[in-house]
Design a protein around this ligand. Structure first.
Ligand code: NDP
Length: 295
């Protein structure tokens, strides 16, 4: 069965895994990478290594980019824009929504369709049932290539604004990175009393599973609707109580001599909500201070 030829540009762990999945699905896959040796493994499994970015572009109807940032796309493709016309660029690289919207205009100027993608799982999980990817941008191009993109992960289309998928990706990573930083801080905190990470992990990791039930006892949608309505009920636990705990964590961090930047940032959110008169509200009240930061 003939399949759409796909080019993958960028062969980090993500690009290599995507190339492998597309090859396994029967696509002719052409690859290009700044450091050619990173293509060795995937070429051995059947991909064609393009001799130049131009050859890479001209080999694919769908061109998937998996790069460190959007500047890398310009570094690679700026010299071959004449070959872009009529093709679809699906850029699955991280950057800002602004850079993403600019890239869509750049692609459009050169006659290419543009899709921005935010991949939500690491390389080993690509192509599994757990894999999903946010897309936004050219809807026609998305519909045309949706079945191919679905091989990588469940495609979730968020509309025509190319910045939207990037923002959704970034918001997920905002939560992820902040959570990892909290985890690292907590590990250092217990370490100050000689509690090892090996002892601490079994105690703390199950908390991740318990958090949704703790913060949304009547369901995630109900919590979302309350936040959207600006309703922050504080009967169960309120900002004053949570802020006092944030103070205690900050004070302890100082006392035991570990970093205080993270607990200080958290503490400030609660102090701000209290100063704004929200002490008896629920913790979601801190979002108001984040939305309107003091300058
Ligand atoms: P890597 O950093 O390993 O690879 C990045 C690729 O970008 C490499 O092919 C590298 O080329 C290329 N590159 C970087 N700068 C330039 C440049 N100026 N010119 C040409 N090529 C350049 O990334 P990953 O595979 O880990 O990630 C790719 C994208 O996927 C990133 O945007 C990342 O945020 C996102 N992502 C990654 C996840 C992960 O778990 N790894 C999970 C979800 C999303 P070279 O080999 O020559 O250095």
């Amino acid at each position: 069965m003939s399949r759409v030829p796909v080019t993958v540009i960028g062969l980090g762990p993500m690009g290599r895994a995507m190339s492998k999945i597309l090859l396994d699905a029967g696509h002719a896959v052409t690859v290009w990478n700044r450091t050619p040796s990173r293509a060795d493994e995937i070429v051995a499994t059947g991909a064609q290594l393009a001799v130049s970015p131009r050859a890479a572009v001209e080999a694919g109807e769908l061109i998937v980019l998996s790069l460190t940032h959007y500047q890398a796309m310009y570094d690679i493709l700026d010299g071959v824009t004449a070959s872009l016309s009529g093709r679809t660029l699906a850029n699955l690289s991280s950057d800002t929504p602004t850079a993403t919207r600019e890239a869509a205009l750049w692609a459009q100027k050169h006659g290419a369709s543009f899709l921005a993608g935010g991949v939500m799982v690491p390389a080993p999980m690509l192509g599994t049932d757990h894999s999903y990817v946010y897309y936004s941008g050219d809807e026609e191009a998305f519909v045309t290539h949706e079945a191919i993109l679905a091989r990588i992960g469940e495609p979730r289309f968020l509309g025509s604004d190319p910045g939207r998928a990037q923002l959704m990706y970034q918001a997920n990573l905002d939560l992820f990175l902040t959570t990892l930083a909290g985890f690292a801080h907590a590990t250092a905190l217990v370490g100050s009393a000689g509690i090892t990470a090996a002892e601490f992990l079994p105690e703390v990791l199950p908390l991740f599973h318990a958090i949704p039930a703790m913060i949304a006892p009547d369901g995630i949608r109900a919590l979302g609707a309350r936040i959207d309505a600006g309703d922050h009920p504080g009967e169960g636990s309120n900002v004053t109580m949570m802020g006092a705990t944030a103070d205690h964590i900050h004070e302890t961090s100082k006392t035991v001599g570990i970093g205080t930047a993270l607990p200080r940032a958290v503490q400030e959110l609660y102090h701000r909500a209290i100063a704004d008169g929200g002490g008896s509200d629920g913790w979601t009240r801190i979002i108001d201070g984040i939305r309107a930061p003091l300058r």
